[in-house]
Design a protein around this ligand. Structure first.
Ligand SMILES: [Zn+2]
Length: 422
């Protein structure tokens, strides 16, 4: 059994396109120099945080692990539920298998980890639950331990800024390592993703957020180094996707409303009698139908094609979605051109250039689009020093961890990145 601690940190939305910024920052530069740096990591489709993090812990594609979107298909709800619970992932995961092997696991804001059977868990959960946020957080994670963390670091509030929340989680990660030395620690840092959604992918606020991220990591690992030499820890920094600038909304649910397949309430929610619905992924959107009806799907495809919508890049059929390994439930998947974003609203227009933009940056686009590529940096006893790899796939992360820690994860589609291993 390999007893080197492993710390996996997801740097949400830090991309290959940010390379000139991040590779020169003090902490990240030192990790790159002492470890294996993968400059371009191709993610999975859709490039959404929850499907990707499910792939990171399984080595399988969305069609195989079952998490094909951030959101469940609940168009009648004002705020749809996300795939919060770890049980949404079918089959083996790093968390489940490591726990079965008796390893001590900690996870901080890690997507799709609610109610996971692990020792220290502060999961990412709904920011607007029915009861109080703190009770909801405790019900979905390690209740008593969350109380302990709050007594040390103050309350973790869903309404705080993303920077403040990231800082809390990084502090909790260092504290937990100092006190309990988990075998595997997961941490998800979100501020770069948040800033890109707000400002677009190249604004100076993004450079600032990446500098703050570097500093946050540096301070966290300084604390960790007081209890264990960093050379004796396997550190895996990775991202899930990047973001592409978006300005112009497309509303394909308006097409469905015009075809009488959805009826809309005044507040924009969809009535329960919907027959078909496009669930947005930002840079792409997926069609779900209540009943299996290939004829209806063909009619919808024909209708959309007849509209010659400027911002549509590609339309994938059910068979093509299966080839992309994205979903076994979605009937059509539609990819936007750069600059365009799919908006869930079923009212007012199909495509607009004079509507105030929502998020100025987005993901969800095809993982092969260069501006959407992710990155990875590994350092520690398991990994080669001063090694650069140009291209890898995110589905290969779990098989690599599985090999290092012998977790016996079954049915993985990815393969081991042998090039990074000593
Ligand atoms: Zn993300």
């Amino acid at each position: 059994m390999n007893n080197t601690p492993l710390i996996i940190i997801s740097l949400d939305a830090l991309g290959y396109c940010d390379e000139e910024t991040y590779k020169n920052l003090p902490f990240l530069k030192s990790i790159i120099e002492k470890g294996t740096w993968i400059r371009k990591v191709e993610s999975i489709y859709p490039t959404l945080t929850y499907p990707i993090h499910s792939t990171i812990v399984t080595g399988r594609y969305p069609i195989e692990h079952g998490v094909d979107n951030n959101l469940l298909v609940q168009p009648e709800k004002k705020a749809m539920d996300w795939y919060w619970d770890h049980d949404y992932i079918s089959g083996d995961t790093i968390l489940k298998n490591a726990h079965k092997k008796g390893l001590k696991i900690a996870a901080f804001s890690w997507p799709v980890s609610a109610k996971a059977d692990i020792e220290f868990n502060v999961p990412e959960v709904s920011p607007n639950p029915v009861g109080t946020y703190i009770d909801h957080l405790k019900e979905n994670g390690s209740g008593e331990y969350i109380e302990e963390l709050q007594s040390v670091f103050g309350p973790f509030n869903s309404c705080d800024s993303q920077k403040k929340k990231d800082e809390w989680m990084a502090n909790a990660t260092a504290y937990t390592f100092e006190k309990h030395q988990p075998d595997i620690t997961f941490l998800h840092l979100i501020d770069v993703d948040h800033q890109k959604h707000v400002y677009g992918s190249t604004h100076f606020a993004i450079t600032d957020a990446i500098k703050e991220l570097d500093d946050r990591l540096k301070r966290m690992f300084e604390k960790i180094s007081k209890v264990k030499n960093l050379d004796e820890i396997n550190i895996m920094l990775l991202s899930d996707h990047s973001q592409i600038d978006t300005a112009y909304p497309i509303r394909l649910n308006k097409v469905l409303a015009d075809m009488d397949l959805v009826n809309v309430n005044e507040d924009g929610t969809v009535k329960e009698d919907w027959q078909a619905y496009f669930l947005t992924c930002g840079g792409s959107t997926a069609l779900y139908t209540k009943e299996d009806n290939p004829k209806l799907v063909a009619e919808i495809k024909e209708k959309i094609e007849s509209l010659n919508i400027e911002g549509i890049d590609q339309i994938f059929t059910t068979e093509e979605i299966s080839d992309l390994k994205s979903s076994d439930r979605a009937k059509l998947w539609i990819e936007a051109k750069e600059g365009y974003v799919f908006d869930a609203d079923a009212r007012d227009f199909v495509e607009s250039r004079d509507k105030e933009p929502g998020p100025r940056g987005n993901h969800g686009f095809l993982p092969s689009k260069e501006k959407n590529l992710a990155i990875a940096i590994f350092k520690g006893p398991a990994f080669k020093e001063s090694k650069t790899i140009e291209n890898e796939k995110i589905v290969d992360i779990a098989p690599t961890i599985n090999k290092i820690y012998d977790l016996e994860i079954k049915n993985m589609s990815g393969s081991v990145i042998n090039e990074c291993l000593r």
